[in-house]
Design a protein around this ligand. Structure first.
Ligand code: SF4
Length: 248
């Protein structure tokens, strides 16, 4: 194949599922193996995204318009599967300085108490920022541990994002590229299958509600590993039915 014809191939859900099943068969399903599997997923995802950026640059088929400090897409609902929520909770507990960690946990819990159940559209229209977004720098404070959904967000048109944000129109289209979303979907399918088949609860969760549940609940990780569902109040589906408020 000529270098010019090369195109990154996104991971494929079924093949990835088999990898995760093998991984958990070898390592067991424990706190450590679940957190490690998310870390490995992010590392592999980063390699795929780097390849994708290179492909776009060489082929000129797509131009990523996103830039540091542009966080309009951080005003929506983020859905995650339980392993990513546990990973991010652990990241906030271990990668922040103790005072900053406590402050962030309080901020997430307070944000969730105020906004739980709101849809992505309602958060966009209301300009409700993710609590992990730094309000001054507009940088993600958990960038290295952010979920796959956040990693897949790539706009090809800054003007479209700006119009959608300024006019509070949650349905104004901003072009993106399927390669980014296929990567996320493949890993979702892989986690979903490997862990669901092992008897664990695997449903999409609303990120902040899931984190607040982990931070305020008792033994949430242990209960989930036993096959319980500690996330009844954090299901993403519950937020998806919320209609956005009228544009003012
Ligand atoms: S976790 Fe980070 S990237 Fe994701 S919505 Fe929040 S601030 Fe934005």
């Amino acid at each position: 194949m000529q270098a010019a014809d090369w195109k990154p191939v996104p991971p494929e859900g079924e093949r990835e599922s088999r990898r995760y099943i093998d991984y958990f068969t070898r390592n067991g399903i424990t706190k450590g193996s679940v957190l490690k599997s998310v870390e490995l997923t992010y590392a592999r995802s980063n390699v795929f995204f780097d390849d994708t950026y290179t492909y776009f640059e060489k082929s000129g088929t797509f131009r990523v318009a996103c830039a540091k400090g542009c966080a309009m897409c951080c005003h929506t609902m983020v859905s995650v599967l339980p392993p990513e929520a546990f990973y991010l909770a652990n990241y906030i507990r271990t990668q922040f300085e103790p005072d900053a960690s406590r402050a962030m946990i309080e901020r997430i819990v307070a944000h969730d108490a105020e906004h739980r159940g709101k849809s992505g559209a309602a958060r966009h229209v209301g300009h409700i920022a993710c609590p992990m977004l730094d309000p001054e720098t507009h940088l993600c404070t958990v960038h290295a541990g952010r979920p796959l959904t956040c990693r897949s967000m790539h706009s090809g048109d800054l003007g479209a994002c700006r119009t959608a944000f300024d006019t509070r129109d949650a349905y104004h289209p901003a072009p993106s590229h399927a390669l980014f979303f296929k990567n996320t979907q493949a890993y979702y399918d892989a986690y979903g299958t490997a862990l669901y088949d092992s008897g664990l609860f695997v449903e999409p969760l609303e990120l902040n509600a899931a984190l607040a549940t982990i931070f305020t609940g008792k033994n949430v990780f242990v209960r989930w590993l036993k096959g319980e569902n500690p996330f009844e109040e954090a299901l993403a589906d519950a937020a998806l039915t919320d209609a956005p408020p009228p544009v003012s």
